[in-house]
Design a protein around this ligand. Sequence first.
Ligand code: SAM
Length: 239
Amino acid sequence: MTGDQWNDSWERLMARYQPGRAQAIERMIELIATRCEGSAPRVLDVGGGTGTLCSRLLERVPRAEVTLVDLDPVMLKIAGSSLPSAVNVVRADLRDPEWTTSLPHVGYDAVLAVMALHYLPPARLTELYTELAGLVRAGGFVANVDDMPEAEAVAPLGDHGIPDDGGVSWDAWWGQVAADPVLGPAVAERARLFGDAPSAEWHPPAAWHLRALGTGSFDEAGVAWRDGDQAAVVAFRSR
Ligand SMILES: C[S@@+](CC[C@H](N)C(=O)[O-])C[C@H]1O[C@@H](n2cnc3c(N)ncnc32)[C@H](O)[C@@H]1O
């Protein structure tokens, strides 16, 4: 498969696991487009994966200067082969407090994460929010879209509630990647980097994220979008 075809198949997979995904991404992009009208916003997508958000953003805001950060060599290969060359695709580990030194810019107008930060344990995510606050320029914002139930979740979400629509499952998708002659070799490196448990699979309620964001230097934070357990928290910095 080509990079674009892998990207499409990733998108179909993610849509099964993330109800309202297309609307959430559109909402984030509209937020950037309206707040940065007429300018060339600098946008950072953390845990950006194959680059879906970046490519949709560039369709809507072609002047955006986009950076995608990820650690997974499979995701980075797909992003690198399907995104325009103007996008800065950066390999960095969000678990490492020094990760920001790999970025091409010191300031961004929007920092976004989609279904990525539940890979991190609570203490590290709290620190990361402070690091993200430090990257946001005046007038900018940080947004995180993920599973954020309104009340405290009692158990990991796992595959519970995934529609039986004939689409491939998470494990089957990764099986296809492992069998691919181009991407397959990167799977072993992925396992080395992430270990047996790539994701913390920890889904606190939106209120937890808002409290954690409050430890950074934001002026205002709230829930900007919700569809069931999926929500987007956004924190704005005015100064
Ligand atoms: C479920 S995927 C979502 C990808 C993309 N945001 C999307 O919505 O299509 C989670 C992403 O977070 C990335 N990720 C997880 N832990 C990471 C870490 N420690 N450093 C960098 N990226 C990480 C994964 O490699 C993966 O690409």
